[in-house]
Design a binder for this molecule. Structure first.
Ligand code: HEC
Ligand code: HEC
Length: 187
């Protein structure tokens, strides 16, 4: 869908016609969708995406000081322009609040509801929950993902009751109708 839109936009631009504003807005929203909404989102998007995908950092979880160090590192080692202090501050606030350190007892940001405990322990055995939280899948697609985890990735098979509760949880909180990277509710 995004591909088709860019294609149409490219044709329109190629013919020298202005792309409709609606189309441009939809494209901008889709592009930013890899980053959860909040103050500083655009600053991070346009600064960090100048050199690499946002995927380079959206799976990281660390505190503000570590994000600060990372920015210093991007400037000193990778040629990023030194940001203005206010811009650095804005980006740090954004990064620390959306990609901050998960506390011992905050379930790595998983919203509270039945099935959370199972998802937390089961999925984290092999990888970060960030991989899970950034998806927006239908129940059917979640079902397929779980089958894939069991058949191809070595996840232990769940009993029927656990499976239902994990599926309910994932489809409710990480379904297709929400901005990627954002939970439906905070605990
Ligand atoms: C001027 C280019 C440039 C800009 C701007 C930039 N980066 Fe990078 N970044 C790099 C390069 C080059 C690498 C190394 C890539 C590799 O080794 O694969 C990198 C790697 C990374 C890594 C992974 C390696 C590590 O050190 O942990 C993270 C995380 C990262 N960047 C985050 C960010 C964030 C967040 C921003 C915005 C605040 C940003 N980058 C802006 C060039 C840049
Ligand atoms: C035994 C290890 C293991 C367990 C347990 C596990 N996974 Fe995974 N998972 C993997 C591996 C390995 C990959 C990377 C596979 C690849 O990209 O080829 C992965 C990738 C994923 C992806 C990314 C798919 C994509 O499109 O990139 C999702 C989503 C996912 N797992 C969901 C889950 C969920 C939900 C659970 C818990 C119910 C879970 N996993 C438990 C091993 C596991």
């Amino acid at each position: 869908m995004i591909g088709a839109r860019s294609f149409i936009a490219a044709i329109l631009l190629g013919w020298g016609l202005a792309a409709p504003a609606e189309l441009a807005a939809a494209e901008a929203a889709a592009e930013l969708a890899g980053l959860p909404p909040g103050p500083g989102r655009e600053a991070v998007y346009y600064t960090c995406r100048a050199c690499h995908s946002e995927k380079q950092f959206t799976q990281q979880r660390m505190g503000r000081a570590a994000w600060d160090e990372l920015i210093t590192n991007m400037v000193e080692e990778n040629g990023m322009a030194e940001p203005e202090p206010w811009a650095r501050n804005l980006m740090l606030n954004y990064l620390a609040s959306h990609f901050g350190e998960a506390g011992e007892d905050d379930w790595a940001g998983l919203p509270a509801s039945p099935g959370r405990e199972e998802v937390f322990y089961l999925c984290q055995a092999c990888h970060s929950l960030a991989i899970v939280k950034q998806q927006g899948l239908s129940r059917e697609d979640w079902d397929e993902t779980l089958v894939w985890m069991v058949e191809e990735q070595g996840m232990p098979e769940m009993d029927a009751e656990t499976e239902q509760s994990v599926l309910d949880y994932l489809a409710t909180h990480f379904g297709p109708d929400r901005p990627r990277g954002q939970a439906t509710a905070t605990p």
